[in-house]
Ligand binder design. Structure first.
Ligand SMILES: Nc1ncnc2c1ncn2[C@@H]1O[C@H](COP(=O)(O)OP(=O)(O)OP(=O)(O)O)[C@@H](O)[C@H]1O
Length: 611
């Protein structure tokens, strides 16, 4: 998609709003034609050259009326502009967000959240700016056409001098294009790095403190800021240089007009009124020239913004950005949408989920583009109601296997078959009521513990209490000041690693699902708590199928089937007894866990809330 197609895509999102906006601003730009003619009449009346006799008060009244009309029109223009800009920006942001949310969860954005914020804020604003200025260019062109027609009628030679700078400006702006784009791209990139670094720093305060890395982190941040300062300076300087070229080329035009007008006035072919009209229109032509230059600059910068936004799409067609769907800004449409969503929820609700009889995976492969590592040719089968553990050394591919199976990473190859039917889109299929998942690193929101567990789900009967009990959270609740109503997350009480994992387990268990997937939920739990968790899970959800990543004996001894991963492939599989005989990797993991269990902390040591 070219920058022009992108611009047209934005403009035609709400064509009639654009037309209203363009009409309003065209009238605003055209209004000064009238006071110019009135002023000409006034001066000509002083020298007796006037064709209309209005008198001083008549002229004042006309000038006031024209000024008042312009004020009113400008207010209208601002309203139409804000409305148009808002919708355009919202459409872009909505389409970007929709695309991001459709991506496999683990690769939703190709950058840090801070950088993504810069795409959503700065690049969208830049695109809005160019589209909004296109309205002004249209209005200004109309003014230029009408005023030049009037001026040519008076003096063609002088008119040429007024408009020559316009040609100059366009030529200079075109010549400066590639450099301007280069500087803009560099300054945007540097800004993204800075916002990305801020989000990383705030997200990793504890890790930075523990490593005593404050100074090094700040030094790195300072370097990013220095680069940003330099690139921004170049970008701004280039903008200012162009601006001054535009303004000064106009001044040159004014000088020439003054010289010529002097001669012509003396010769009698030019009236004082004509002179006043030229000078009056010139002030507007000046702003037109500057603004046309600005628009060309914004258009070029829009090209840079478009390239960056394409990057966020990760290879999807750029047309995604300008998909024309409704914004649903009115209350009525939101209500309708909620009703539709509620209807959808019934169709996929727990009662409709088909009980899991078998889940088969064949040739599942995913390689991270950055490292080429991942999982290769995974084949596995889960029977309904079974407890399967995936184990293996660090980096052997356990998490990648789970994420690829659940559609959080886009599989390169392989098939997933649920009860004999191929799963076409794992990302949407592996959600409640088919499956629920607890990630290796759980994320908490700044909200109450209750809302963090429910995550929008309606509380039904004693579901919540049951999930809390199964996740072995009762001790935590007793020790949190406001129990379930305690504010947690970044802006509340900080939970320990074990508390977060139990909260994530409760979040998963409060949902009815056929398949429960635990990714290393036990890594921050002591042995006794983990033992309780599995026992309670079997009591409360005995018929559920579980797929668990763990290297702990507490999980391994409960397993019907164990899969041992090594270098992204399945190295061995079987029961714990069988694997202890045949797999050296498994023997190592088994004895490694014995040492960990011996050194484990007593129950409750990790349960105190960190504040
Ligand atoms: N985001 C990523 N980008 C590139 N490579 C990755 C990424 N995540 C993991 N890898 C690589 O893929 C391989 C498998 O990683 P994975 O996280 O699945 O291992 P794991 O067995 O779950 O490890 P752990 O026990 O530490 O959680 C490793 O070599 C790892 O370096």
């Amino acid at each position: 998609m070219t920058t022009f197609q992108f611009l047209m895509g934005l403009i035609t999102y709400r064509t009639w709003r654009y037309v209203i906006n363009a009409t309003a601003w065209t009238v605003i730009y055209m209004v000064p034609i009238i006071p110019g003619l009135i002023t000409k009449e006034f001066f000509d009346s002083l020298t007796g050259d006037a064709s209309l006799q209005m008198g001083t008060w008549g002229i004042i009244a006309l000038l006031l009326a024209a000024a008042l009309a312009r004020v009113v029109l400008i207010i209208v223009g601002f309203i139409t502009d804000v409305n148009f800009r808002f919708r355009m920006g919202m459409m872009l942001r909505r389409n970007m967000l929709k695309h991001v949310l459709k991506q496999p969860g683990a690769r939703a954005i190709p950058c840090s959240p801070g950088e993504a914020i810069s795409y959503f804020r700065d690049d969208v604003e830049q695109s809005e700016e160019a589209a909004s200025w296109s309205v002004d260019v249209f209005g200004m062109t109309c003014f230029a056409l009408v005023s030049s027609y009037i001026l040519i009628g008076i003096d063609a030679q002088m008119t040429l001098l007024v408009f020559v700078p316009l040609v100059l400006v366009v030529a200079v702006a075109q010549l400066a294009t590639s450099r301007l784009q280069k500087y803009r791209a560099a300054s945007r990139e540097a800004t993204s790095r800075v916002t990305g670094a801020i989000s990383e720093m705030f997200g990793n305060v504890q890790a930075i403190q523990i490593a005593g890395a404050e100074e090094r982190v700040i030094e790195r941040f300072r370097k990013f800021n220095d680069t940003r300062r330099q690139t921004m300076l170049k970008d701004k300087l280039m903008g200012e240089v162009l601006d001054s070229i535009f303004t000064n080329s106009v001044n040159l035009g004014i000088g020439l007009i003054l010289l010529l007008a002097g001669q012509k006035l003396r010769g009698g072919s030019f009236t004082v009124g004509d002179f006043s009209l030229f000078v009056y229109y010139l002030t507007f032509v000046t702003s037109i020239i500057t603004n046309v230059g600005k628009f060309i600059t914004y258009f070029k910068q829009m090209g840079v913004a478009l390239d960056r936004l394409k990057g966020l799409l990760q290879g999807a067609p750029a047309g995604v950005l300008i998909l024309k769907e409704g914004l649903r800004l009115r209350k009525g449409s939101a209500v309708k949408e909620n009703a539709a969503a509620a209807a959808g929820a019934v169709a996929t609700g727990p009662s409709d989920a088909e009980p899991l009889r078998s889940l088969e995976v064949e040739g599942l492969t995913y390689r991270f583009p950055e490292t080429g590592r991942g999982i290769e040719d995974i084949r596995l089968k889960l029977d309904g109601g079974s407890f399967t553990v995936v184990t293996g050394a660090i980096g052997s591919g356990k998490t990648t296997l789970i994420r690829t199976l659940l559609g959080l990473l886009p599989k390169d190859e392989g098939t997933i078959v649920w009860n004999g039917k191929t799963v076409v889109d794992p990302g949407t299929f592996f959600t409640p009521a088919n499956s629920a998942y607890s990630a290796q690193i759980p994320r908490m929101y700044s909200d109450t513990l209750r809302n963090n567990i429910l995550l929008g789900q309606q509380e039904r009967g004693d579901d919540l209490q049951q999930a809390i009990h199964t996740a072995v959270m009762e001790y935590d609740l007793d020790h949190l000041q406001n129990g379930l109503e305690t504010m947690i997350g970044p802006r509340g009480v900080k939970l320990s690693g074990g508390q977060m994992q139990r909260t994530a387990a409760a979040r998963m268990l409060v949902r009815d699902a056929q398949l429960y997937v635990f990714d290393d939920v036990s890594s921050a739990l002591d042995v006794e708590t983990e033992q309780k968790l599995w026992e309670r899970l079997f009591q409360s959800r005995g018929d559920a199928t579980c797929l668990v990543v763990s290297h702990r004996r507490a999980a391994l001894t409960h397993a019907d089937h164990i899969i041992v991963m090594k270098d992204g492939r399945i190295e061995a599989e079987g029961t714990a007894e069988e694997l202890l005989r045949i797999s050296a990797t498994f023997q190592e993991l088994w004895s490694g866990d014995e040492r960990t269990a011996d050194a484990a902390l007593p129950e409750g040591a990790a349960l105190q809330p960190e504040t």
